[in-house]
Design a protein around this ligand. Structure first.
Ligand code: C2E
Ligand code: MG
Ligand code: MG
Ligand code: MG
Length: 284
């Protein structure tokens, strides 16, 4: 039938678009059952202090292993979860899993670390987010200071007044906020200075070519000095090489996250990684 419509000129979908929407529908259906089928997992990627090589914390990153589709990238399934409303239950599960894991690590005697959890726009704007998070921390018995919530620049700046009210509420409850993918959106600096933000995460697109691209270097050092003037920390994402690390260190960036140090790891591997780093007292 699609062929016929095409011939008559009534089809607005190319075969490629059609294939994509079929996959999206399949993924949405499968995502509905992914939680109960235990196909979702949280991985942890270390965040490291450039000053002394200490692991300060981890970013929690969601993974979906589907028996048929294999590993589906969050870049593909998070938007599907957002459009279908599934992100609320999935996001709550990620928060709960990450906080419970942190509690296990604390009880096992790992050094205190902060776990950063990504929030989608829908979760962030949902009226009960601050209460939900506070109740969860109470229940799991993790002090609020060990949770960081990552919000993309786009979400924060989309409705800055609204975002500020939510950030103030979370900040009042002792929860840290960071701005993810910083530099890719359009920040109003007059809002940025009023946001209760602990850390700017420099997007990996600027980090990728800092060694060879003088414009990227200029952007990264401008972000670092801006953050420093506003009393915020900086973390560079996607650091893969020693050359990138050296430049970031020279510019006074506070932390790095990237394959240079470690990929995102399953919880048990992350724990071994931290213990090993403790034994070897790494430094740059
Ligand atoms: P993000 O929050 O900006 O996460 C950083 C991404 O960079 C992750 O991709 C991470 O695996 C990747 N990465 C880290 N170091 C390197 C590196 O050295 N080189 C390169 N090339 N990549 C690196 P990932 O895990 O595929 O996640 C993609 C995006 O999906 C995340 O970007 C975030 O926006 C979203 N996401 C992941 N987990 C969640 C979640 O639990 N909730 C929500 N709402 N979004 C999530
Ligand atoms: Mg993030
Ligand atoms: Mg990012
Ligand atoms: Mg991103």
């Amino acid at each position: 039938r699609a062929k016929q419509e095409g011939r008559n000129g009534y089809s607005f979908y190319t075969p490629e678009m059609q294939a994509r929407s079929v996959r999206n529908l399949q993924l949405e259906n499968e995502l509905r059952r992914a939680l109960e089928r235990k196909q979702l997992q949280v991985y942890y990627q270390p965040q490291v202090a450039l000053e002394d090589g200490r692991i300060l914390g981890a970013e929690a990153l969601l993974r979906w292993q589907h028996p048929e589709f294999g590993a589906v990238s969050p870049a593909e399934f998070i938007p599907i979860a957002e459009n279908s409303g599934l992100i609320l239950s999935i996001g709550e599960w990620v928060l709960r899993t990450a906080m419970s894991q942190l509690k296990i690590w604390m009880d096992a005697g790992l050094p205190p670390m902060v776990v950063a959890v990504n929030l989608s726009a829908i979760q962030f704007r949902h009226h009960n987010l601050p209460d939900l998070v506070t109740q969860m921390l109470d229940e799991i018995q993790v002090p609020a200071q060990y949770l960081e919530l990552e919000l993309t620049e786009g979400v924060a700046m989309d409705d800055p007044e609204g975002a500020m009210a939510i950030m103030n509420d979370l900040h009042g409850r002792g929860i840290r906020m960071s701005i993810d993918d910083f530099g890719t959106g359009y920040s109003s600096l007059s809002y940025l200075k009023r946001f209760k933000v602990y850390k700017l995460k420099i997007d990996q697109s600027f980090v990728r070519n800092i060694v060879e691209d003088s414009e990227d270097r200029a952007i990264v050092s401008a972000i670092i000095s801006l953050a420093s003037s506003l009393g915020m920390q900086t973390i560079a994402e996607g650091v893969e090489t020693g050359g990138q690390l050296a430049f970031l260190q020279e510019q006074g960036c506070d932390e790095i996250q990237g394959y240079y140090f470690s990929k995102p790891l399953p919880a048990e591997q992350f724990e071994s990684f931290v213990r090993e780093a403790q034994d070897n007292k790494r430094s740059f």
